[in-house]
Design a protein around this ligand. Structure first.
Ligand SMILES: C[S@@+](CC[C@H](N)C(=O)[O-])C[C@H]1O[C@@H](n2cnc3c(N)ncnc32)[C@H](O)[C@@H]1O
Length: 196
């Protein structure tokens, strides 16, 4: 569901996004390598900074980026004017719910979720929907926060909707019909999986 005002202020700030792209996203991209391809759906794109990052790193993909929060999607749609770059112009931003996707089954080659599932209380449904919209052999790539990240202080200021350990998340991914290809981390989870 929607972020708190504090978290929205934080994740929408330029300083946060600059540091985020240079550190965590860069590390994740190295981990993922060439697994992101062709027709890509991004779940929980927020104001579109991760969408822009994806499109710049993988210029040949066709990217649809979705978020539940109308206000964040409206901000994301402004990126092309702000950034004045071609990458942003080719991203399709849509409002939608990851637990009830409106896309046809087997219509994407890759689904990406970056920092979204800990905001979705029924993330297990989002995982099932991810599997549904992916083609056979398609890729699921994620970056999210695991249980150990949420110490008392973080939990107080940035209360998550869902908390999961690495083992719980790997289990859900496999139950949804994926084979885990790579995984890394406990506080910060990197996972790449292939749909059976
Ligand atoms: C922490 S933000 C991550 C934004 C961006 N991916 C990033 O890493 O900067 C999490 C996003 O998930 C979105 N979200 C929460 N529940 C959702 C749902 N059911 N379907 C789609 N997006 C959802 C929130 O609105 C929020 O924009």
């Amino acid at each position: 569901m929607e972020m708190s005002r504090l978290e929205k202020f934080f994740v929408n700030s330029s300083v946060y996004n600059y540091v985020y792209a240079k550190t965590l996203l860069a590390r994740w991209q190295q981990f993922v390598g060439g697994a992101i391809h062709d027709k890509v759906l991004e779940i929980g794109c927020g104001r579109g900074k991760t969408s822009l990052f994806l499109k710049k790193q993988y210029p040949t993909i066709t990217l649809t980026s979705l978020d539940y929060d109308y206000a964040q999607i409206e901000l994301a749609k402004q990126i092309p004017q702000d950034a004045a770059n071609d990458a942003a112009n080719s991203i399709t931003f849509v409002q939608g719910d990851a637990t009830r996707l409106s896309f046809r089954s087997a219509s994407f080659d890759t689904v990406v979720q970056i920092m979204a599932f800990h905001h979705i209380s029924n993330y297990k449904d989002a995982m099932k929907e991810t599997a549904r919209v992916l083609k056979k052999g398609g890729t699921f790539a994620m970056l999210d926060l695991g249980t150990p990240f949420f110490n008392r202080l973080v939990h107080f200021f940035f209360t998550p909707e869902a908390v999961f350990t690495k083992e719980e998340m790997l289990d859900e991914v496999q139950k949804a019909g994926f084979i885990i290809e790579k995984e890394q981390g406990r506080r910060i989870l990197f996972i790449v999986a292939k749909k059976k």
